[in-house]
Design a protein around this ligand. Structure first.
Ligand code: ZN
Length: 225
């Protein structure tokens, strides 16, 4: 479907594409490697290309690295959810929320059904990147992990992974709302925070296992020593 959508975007009239390009609008596509749907399309400004890429990485890599129970928790939601999910990437939201689902499609190229979508339903949400960056998803756990990683490249790598897992949990959270619109916020949040915690703990556990085989000073505070 990603190929069909890309050729649809490229085949639109030249003036529309030029207008979009001059406005600075760009699209970054990402697919879950283990499932045929949904296709995630990040709509962002050209200035936010690197930020859009983080969401794509979360979908393409971090999802796969998450443990099986994380996948199971969202199996039904992803299966029943829209075949195409548009994420309008913003830096901030006036209301201060991390993200919202949209009831009305706002992203022009996807607002009307098209053959390229293969009959897939299209859902849309926004994510406020800087809000997610500053969000203390799981304050006690986050701080506890931070002290283990000390400084240096390992800490940077950990923070980058942590941010991508937050972005992924917001994406899953809003998709959950789309599919089960009657579900209470508490229930929806519990699941997305559970995903975040499990996926992050799994990453730390693996990092620790790999590093016990190598000498790395940045990990000297790991374990008992
Ligand atoms: Zn919610």
């Amino acid at each position: 479907m990603a190929v069909a959508v890309e050729s649809y975007l490229a085949a639109r009239p030249r003036w529309i594409r030029w207008h979009e390009w001059l406005r600075g609008r760009r699209y970054t596509l990402a697919s879950f490697p283990d499932r045929s749907r949904p296709l995630v399309i990040v709509a962002h400004s050209f200035r936010d290309a690197a930020r859009g890429r983080q969401i794509a990485l979360a979908v393409e890599q971090d999802w796969m690295a998450a443990p099986a129970r994380c996948h199971e928790a969202y199996e039904e939601i992803l299966r029943r959810g829209p075949g195409i999910i548009i994420i309008q990437l913003r830096r901030k939201n006036i209301c201060g929320c991390l993200g919202h689902r949209h009831l009305v499609m706002k992203e022009a190229p996807f607002a009307e059904p098209h053959d390229a979508f293969g009959g897939a339903q299209v859902g849309e949400m926004d994510i406020a990147y800087e809000r997610v960056e500053g969000w203390l998803a799981s304050p006690l756990m986050d701080t506890a992990l931070d002290t283990q990683f000390m400084a240096g490249s390992r800490l940077q790598e950990f923070h980058a992974r942590q941010l991508r897992l937050r972005l992924l949990s917001v994406l899953l959270h809003e998709t959950h709302h789309m599919v089960f619109s009657q579900e209470q916020e508490d229930t929806v949040r519990e699941r997305s925070l559970g995903f975040y915690r499990d996926a992050l703990a799994n990453y730390v556990e693996n990092a620790r296992a790999t590093l016990s085989l190598t000498i790395d000073r940045s990990f000297s505070r790991f374990g008992r020593d």
